[in-house]
Design a protein around this ligand. Sequence first.
Ligand code: FAD
Length: 392
Amino acid sequence: MRIHSLIVGGGIGGLAAALALARAGRTADLMEQAPAFSEVGAGIQLGPNVVRRLRALGLGEALNGIVAHPERLCVSSALNGGRIATMPLAGAMEQRYGAPYFTVHRADLHGLLLEAVRAQAEGAVMLSTGARIERLSTRGDEFVCAATDDGRAWEGDALVGADGVWGRVRPHIWPDAAPARPTGHMAFRALLKQDILPAALRSRQVDVWLAPRLHAVAYPVRGGEWLNLVVLVESAPDEAAADARDWDQAASRAALDRATGHVGQPLRALLDAVPAWRAWTLCDRTPLTGPQEMVDGRVALLGDAAHPMLPYLAQGAGMAIEDAVALAQQLGGCTPAQVPQALVRYAQARWARDAQVQARARRNGRIFHLGGPARWGRDMAMRLAGPALMDQ
Ligand code: FAD
């Protein structure tokens, strides 16, 4: 007998899980609370580990059409622009890891996954929008049920909580667990067409600028036509981060200027050239301590719902996609009775890697934001060993 899964949340993780399950010959219902599927305007870096999985899901060619191929990663001082370290990306990543390093607009990646899910055989994945799941229950030992407050309900053999950092599935299973932790860090971000910038500020590479208590990242998306720019600061001015749950708040230039007062050229010129900023409050959770934090009976968590992290390793969406592929591998070959064991195997396969990336993202933040003499040691280490990437 084939199993049917319920997926709560239609972000990058939920859609990747739906696609992976459909490719494994399974059916799913996916419920998204928003009235329509959408993503915020921002960029995502995709390491070879993620590109490999997206290719395995049959998205390789379509992916080539929406990404940018940055030539290199350059790390510089945000204070004076002095070059600290460089690492080749184009060609070098493919050679070393068997897949390239891409940068992409979040909405383009989300749209690609959605299109691929919709193109699956009729009935493989049923998509419901405006479906905010408020209640979970079980029927006997065999079925798990999800319901909205307006009376709609779904039933399946397995339920996947892909509902992000503020999701409902996790607190339903572990009501006493601590909520996500506001880190005090904040992202100011902007997405702009490169042709509105002076030629000297346009970029075909990933640029990272480091300064005490902040760093900035810029890279091209949409075939290089657009530039994604993010400034990550440790202590944001109060008015800049009013709502920790809102990924997409308007941010004032005054708040940005206060947070980046010590930044010099050429980053200063780039910040000044940006017409409008959005703000994103960064929350994370203590790294997972074992598989038991990702699974309970017929319910499993995936992506930010399980392991929200600081974006300082650029791997949050990557881990959600890795989770999705691992989940489908386990659910792909099991019967309804075997679902709980399959989900335990999924959590066992994923938790340590997810926890390691959570921890390394925190550590990267500490290293990026070093001040005083310690930063000279960091710069020297980066010059000698190159910028650190995680295992790809
Ligand atoms: P989400 O994207 O949060 O999706 C959850 C979905 O569930 C949403 O659509 C939501 O509406 C829905 N939902 C919530 N509750 C319910 C409910 N009760 N019922 C139904 N639906 C519900 N990652 C990278 O890999 N590379 C990067 O370069 C990168 N850069 C980043 C930069 C910044 C500044 C930040 C903040 C993050 C970055 N990340 C990056 C991390 C990445 O954005 C997240 O890890 C990823 O989006 C998580 O995806 P998800 O599907 O798990 O959760």
